[in-house]
Design a protein around this ligand. Structure first.
Ligand code: PEP
Length: 239
């Protein structure tokens, strides 16, 4: 199966012209580009090969369009804009927006019901991993159980140990692959499992050489077109 690269731009860039430029530079098959909401529609129109992603979606998705939810964006709205994938449960949203597993579960179900492919992020904090990979697996299992309760639809799991995100300190790939295999055993039907956490062109191969790591979720490095293109090239050679 083709490996998948998710470009998670987070709260970047500042302007629409910059977003379109970056989107065009990263517009390759097997890539999902996830701009911030204000740029989703326009970046989507500029893409020819990459799929369009969003970084979040609300748990209510009134088919007719509206609802009293100030500031929120529904899965149905995203679908109409051409979005195919939505990232849910990112640890930054769990941390800064107080998203709980219960909220994430509602979002997962609403996004799937609207026909979006969900990229569910899970991963443990440092204090858990310090106590061993078994503890990390138990932590991730609890997240998966809660986040996926009653969920039916297209699913990709991004395993992202929190302490590896944006720190320049990626996981040990030998342990990542064990956790990826564990996730594949636990979740049915068997999902694709990606790794996320300080992925760069220098370490892409270390992770993606494993058959059981189906791609990467890339934050910081997806904001640098030259660097991200290197990651794409390395990934293509591995499939
Ligand atoms: C992320 O956005 O989930 C992420 C893994 O970021 P970074 O690649 O910068 O660590």
């Amino acid at each position: 199966m083709q490996k998948l690269l998710i470009a998670n731009w987070k709260l970047n860039p500042l302007t629409l012209p910059e977003a379109i430029r970056l989107g065009r530079a990263e517009d390759k098959k097997g890539v999902v580009i996830s701009p911030p909401f204000p740029f989703v529609g326009a970046v989507g129109k500029a893409l020819r090969y990459a799929a369009l992603g969003a970084q979040d979606a609300f748990w209510e998705s009134p088919p007719a369009g509206g609802g009293p939810y100030t500031g929120e964006v529904s899965p149905a709205m995203l679908k109409k804009l051409g979005v195919r994938y939505v990232i849910l449960g990112h640890s930054e949203r769990r941390r800064w927006l107080g998203e709980t597993d219960k909220m994430i579960n509602r979002k997962v179900r609403a996004a799937m019901a609207a026909g979006l492919k969900v990229i569910l992020c899970v991963g443990e904090p440092k204090e858990v991993r310090r106590r061993g990979i078994g503890r990390a697996m138990a932590y991730v299992k609890n997240q998966l159980r809660a986040d996926l309760k009653g969920a039916r639809g297209s699913l990709v799991i991004a395993y992202e140990p929190i302490w590896a995100i944006g720190t320049g300190k990626p996981d040990n790939p030998k342990e990542t692959v064990e956790i990826a295999r564990f996730i594949k055993r636990f979740v049915r039907p068997r999902p694709r499992v990606l790794y996320g956490g300080s992925v760069t062109s220098r370490n892409t191969k270390n992770f993606l050489q494993y058959k059981d790591i189906d791609g990467a979720l890339v934050g910081g490095a997806s904001l640098k077109a030259v660097e991200f293109k290197k990651i794409i090239t390395i990934t293509k050679k591995l499939q």
